[in-house]
Design a protein around this ligand. Structure first.
Ligand code: NDP
Length: 489
C-alpha cells in the first residue's frame, strides 16, 4: 500500500485528469463552439495560479495568524498601541520571545468554553429546523435553494440562522439577568486563550476540508484543483463540502461560530466596561448598535446570502475556514476591544455624525443588495426607484455545456456604480472606527482592511463575471462605467 502522501498525489493527478476530460466533453458536446464553451465553463475560482497570487497565498498562510495575534496582544500588553511593541523591539527593551511569553497561553478552561460554544452552534444548526419564518412576516427561512454551481447543481440549504441567533442571545440575556451560570465578561476574560482554540478549529477544519476534497468530495464535478498545493489549501478545492445532507461547511462556518459570536463578543466588551468603570460609554453603545444592525441584517437576509460570492463562487479552504473561525471574530471586533482599554465618551455632535454615517452606509448597503435580489427574484418584473428596471440580457455556459440566461441590472444603485453595495459597507465600516475617536490607529485597522478586501473582491468578481458573460459583461461595463465611486473609481 502506497504511503499517504503518494496516495494524495495520485488522487490529485486523477482528479486533474477527470476535470480535463470534463472540459473536453464540454468542448465536444457544444459542437463547434468548443473554445468559447471551454472558456465560459471555467468561471469560478482560478484553474491556474500565477506567481503573484501564489506569493500572496503563502504570505497570508504564514503571516495572517501573527497579524491577529499582534493586534490582540497589543491591546492586552500595550493598551492598544500598535507602534509601542515595534518601538520596544527596536530599542532592545523587548524581544519576540519575551512578547510571546507575556501573552496568555492556551488554557483548558478556554478549550471547554470554546468546545461548548461550537457544539451548541452545531446543535442549533443541525437539530432545530427553522420555525421563525412561520410567524415573522417577510422573513425567508426554512429550506431554500442556493445558486446554480459551475457544474450546474442547485443545492438546498436549511436557513435557520436568525433562529440560532435569537436562541443564543436569549440565553445570553437570561444568564446575565437571572441564571448567572457564567459572567457576561467571560469572552473578554478568556480572549487570548480562546484565540488559540479558534486557531486550532480553523486549521483543523481547513485541513479536513482539504483532505476530504481528495478522499471523499461531496460533489467531485464542482472540485477545482490548480496543481499547486498551497493555493488548493488556501482557496479550497471543494465548492460546497458537506457532511450528510445538511451540514454545509460554508453556511455554518461563516454564519454561526463567526457572526453569531460577533454580537456576543461586543456584549462581553460592554459588560467589561461596566465592570471596570461603572458605566458604559456612548461610543461602546454606538459600536454595539451599528454592528448589531449589520449582524441582524445578515441573519434576516440569510437566504439572500446564498446568492453572494462567498456561497456562489468561493471554494471552501483556509481562506473561509480559518478566516471565519479566527480573522472575523478577532479583527471585526477590535473597536469594542479598544473601547474596553480606552473608554471614549463622544460629544453629542460626534456621536450623531457617527450614527448618521453608519445608518446612511447601512441604508445604501441594504437597498443596493435588496434591489439586485428583488430584480433577480422577479426576473425584472418589479419597480426600482418607482420605475421598471433597465437591464442587459446575458448568456453563459455551465461546465456541463448547457446554456443559461441571466440579466444584469442597470438601474437604481446598480446604475450609479457596479458595486455600490460595497460603498455603503465601507461607509458603515468607517462609522464603527470613527466611534472610537482619533487618538489611536488600531480601531482604524477595520476600514483599511475592508477597503482592501472589497476593492480586491470587486476586481476578482469582475474578472469572474467577465469570463462568465464575455461580451455581455463588456456591454454592462460600458453602460455603468464606475465600480465604487462615480467619477473616481
Ligand atoms: P454582490 O452581492 O455584489 O454579488 C456579486 C454578483 O452579483 C456577481 O458575481 C454577479 O453574479 C451578480 N451581479 C453583478 N452585477 C450585477 C448586476 N448589475 N445585476 C445583477 N446581478 C449582478 O457581492 P458580494 O457577494 O461580494 O457581496 C454581498 C454583500 O456582502 C455586499 O454588500 C458586501 O458589502 C458584503 N460583504 C461583506 C463582507 C464583510 O466581511 N463584512 C465580506 C464580503 C461581502 P452572477 O454570476 O449571479 O451574475
Amino acid at each position: 500500500r502506497a504511503p499517504f502522501f503518494v496516495r494524495i498525489y495520485n488522487i490529485q493527478v486523477k482528479a486533474a485528469e477527470t476535470m480535463e476530460s470534463t472540459r473536453r466533453r464540454t468542448q465536444h458536446s457544444t459542437n463547434g463552439k468548443g473554445s468559447e464553451a471551454v472558456k465560459s465553463a471555467q468561471w469560478g475560482r482560478a484553474w491556474e495560479v500565477d506567481w503573484f497570487s501564489l506569493t500572496g497565498v503563502v504570505s497570508l498562510l504564514c503571516f495572517a495568524p501573527f497579524i491577529v495575534f499582534y493586534f490582540v496582544m497589543a491591546c492586552d500588553q500595550y493598551e492598544c498601541s500598535i507602534s509601542q511593541p515595534l518601538l520596544e523591539l527596536y530599542q532592545g527593551k523587548a524581544t519576540l520571545p519575551s512578547i510571546w511569553a507575556r501573552a496568555p497561553s492556551f488554557t483548558w478552561t478556554a478549550a471547554k468554553i470554546y468546545a461548548v460554544w461550537v457544539s451548541f452552534q452545531v446543535f442549533l444548526y443541525i437539530c432545530i429546523p427553522d420555525v421563525v419564518h412561520k410567524f415573522l412576516p417577510g422573513y425567508v427561512g426554512g429550506v431554500q435553494d442556493g445558486a446554480r454551481t459551475p457544474a450546474g447543481l442547485i443545492n438546498k440549504y436549511e436557513i435557520n440562522g436568525l433562529q440560532c441567533w435569537i436562541i443564543t442571545h436569549a440565553l445570553w440575556f437570561a444568564n446575565a439577568n437571572y441564571l448567572h451560570w457564567f459572567s457576561p465578561t467571560i469572552i473578554f476574560n478568556n480572549w487570548i486563550p480562546l484565540m488559540w482554540c479558534a486557531n486550532i478549529l480553523g486549521y483543523a477544519v481547513s485541513t479536513f476540508a482539504f483532505l476530504k476534497a481528495y478522499l471523499f468530495p461531496t460533489n467531485a464535478e464542482d472540485c477545482k484543483f490548480t496543481g499547486n498545493i498551497f493555493y488548493n489549501y488556501m482557496m479550497g478545492i471543494e465548492f460546497n463540502p458537506r457532511i450528510g445532507k445538511w451540514f454545509d461547511f460554508k453556511l455554518f462556518f461563516n454564519g454561526r461560530p463567526g457572526i453569531v459570536a460577533w454580537t456576543l463578543i461586543n456584549l462581553s466588551y460592554m459588560a467589561k466596561q461596566q465592570e471596570l468603570y461603572g458605566q458604559v460609554t456612548n461610543s461602546m453603545i454606538l459600536v454595539n448598535v451599528l454592528q448589531g444592525i449589520y449582524v441582524l441584517d445578515f441573519f434576516w437576509n440569510e437566504a439572500w446570502y446564498l446568492k453572494t460570492i462567498d456561497i456562489c463562487h468561493d471554494h471552501f479552504g483556509w481562506y473561509l475556514g480559518w478566516g471565519d473561525c479566527v480573522w472575523l471574530p478577532y479583527l471585526y471586533t477590535l473597536q469594542g476591544l479598544y473601547l474596553v482599554y480606552h473608554p471614549v465618551q463622544l460629544s453629542d455632535t460626534h456621536a450623531l455624525a457617527v450614527l448618521l454615517l453608519g445608518l446612511i452606509g447601512y441604508y445604501i448597503f441594504r437597498s443596493t443588495n435588496h434591489q439586485k435580489d428583488l430584480f433577480r427574484r422577479t426576473e425584472g418584473s418589479c419597480s426600482i426607484w418607482g420605475r421598471r428596471p433597465t437591464h442587459i440580457e446575458c448568456s453563459y455556459l455551465s461546465a456541463d455545456g448547457r446554456s443559461h440566461r441571466s440579466k444584469l441590472l442597470t438601474s437604481g444603485f446598480w446604475g450609479v456604480a457596479r458595486h455600490f453595495n460595497y460603498t455603503g459597507d465601507l461607509m458603515g465600516s468607517l462609522a464603527y472606527c470613527a466611534a472610537c475617536g482619533f487618538s489611536h490607529i488600531l480601531p482604524y485597522f477595520y476600514i483599511v482592511y475592508m477597503t482592501i478586501l472589497l476593492v480586491h473582491r470587486c476586481i476578482r468578481d469582475e474578472h469572474r463575471c467577465s469570463s462568465k458573460y464575455g461580451k455581455d459583461w463588456k456591454r454592462y461595463t460600458d453602460a455603468v462605467r464606475y465600480r465604487l465611486i462615480p467619477g473616481v473609481f
